[in-house]
Design a protein around this ligand. Structure first.
Ligand SMILES: Nc1ncnc2c1ncn2[C@@H]1O[C@H](COP(=O)(O)OP(=O)(O)OP(=O)(O)O)[C@@H](O)[C@H]1O
Ligand SMILES: [Mg+2]
Length: 243
């Protein structure tokens, strides 16, 4: 599970995230939403231990990220919007390499179904330069899932995927949650978040302005109306002008 307490991140004088606290239990999918620059990526990077927080704590599967980074990182996978791949490793070599880093035994038996699930099995011997953008993203996702992480952070994972790819990714995320993973999913595709997330957290200028189950957050801003979409809730909550 994910436990974040009073996380603050400053870049110089600028506070990008202020006193952020939340937890995500196994089986939950938290949708992290907010306008551009709200601090979503910064929060995810701090929680995953990619950049240091200025203050506050984050625990992944019981391990404090700042003081037990290796144990915390073993339990998590972080999927950035721009996947970083090795130019001279094929798809299969990527998976072999990641398996060695994480000490995944019998990784072939895990890698093949992942490649099939993500529909890149026919590209197993290709280099990243020979893959489309969406395929690169799928390869990065396969690499991240190989060690069976219990905690997953997706930062805009669906950008660049085709409609079927988005649906498949949605199914993959739900499947991992059903298997007991704790997941944070940051995306601007709110109609999709509505289908995937059990909980929502809205960030605005680095501060949490709403957090709860999808129904709770919707009720908070729906002003008694029924059937209000998350998109409309987002606009009301973040002070958009279209409302
Ligand atoms: N390395 C950095 N140095 C200085 N400021 C930064 C740095 N990274 C991010 N920021 C600032 O922190 C704020 C939050 O940025 P962040 O990338 O976390 O936003 P975001 O919510 O992920 O936005 P988006 O929806 O556009 O991805 C922004 O004002 C951004 O300019
Ligand atoms: Mg971002």
């Amino acid at each position: 599970m994910i436990e974040v307490h009073a996380l603050t991140k400053r870049y110089g004088d600028f506070t990008a995230v202020r006193e952020l606290s939340f937890t995500v239990q196994p089986g939950e999918v938290l949708g992290l939403v907010g306008p551009n620059g709200a601090g979503k990526t910064t929060s995810l990077r701090c929680i995953a231990g990619i950049i240091p927080a200025s203050s506050g704590t984050a625990r992944i599967a019981g391990h404090e990220v700042a003081t037990e980074p290796v144990a915390a990182k073993r339990a998590l996978a972080f999927f950035p919007d721009e996947p970083r791949l090795f130019d001279y490793l094929t798809v299969r070599q990527h998976l072999n390499f990641v398996a060695r880093i994480y000490g995944v035994a019998d990784h072939e038996a895990i890698a093949q179904p992942l490649l099939d699930e993500l529909e890149i099995a026919d590209k197993a011997d290709q280099l990243p330069g020979e893959l489309s953008r969406g395929m690169k993203q799928k390869l990065a996702i396969a690499c991240g899932l190989l060690h069976g992480p219990r905690v997953m952070f997706f930062d805009e994972p669906l950008t660049g995927l085709d409609p079927l790819g988005i649906r498949r990714m949605k199914d993959s995320i739900l499947k991992r949650a059903r298997d007991g993973a704790a997941i944070v999913l940051s995306s601007h595709l709110l109609h999709l978040l509505e289908e995937v997330c059990s909980h929502v957290l809205i960030l605005k200028q680095g501060e949490k302005i709403a957090h709860g189950t999808l129904a709770e957050v919707t009720a908070q801003f729906a002003q008694g109306e029924t059937g209000v979409s998350l998109e409309e809730i987002f606009i009301r909550a973040t002070g958009g002008t279209e409302h």
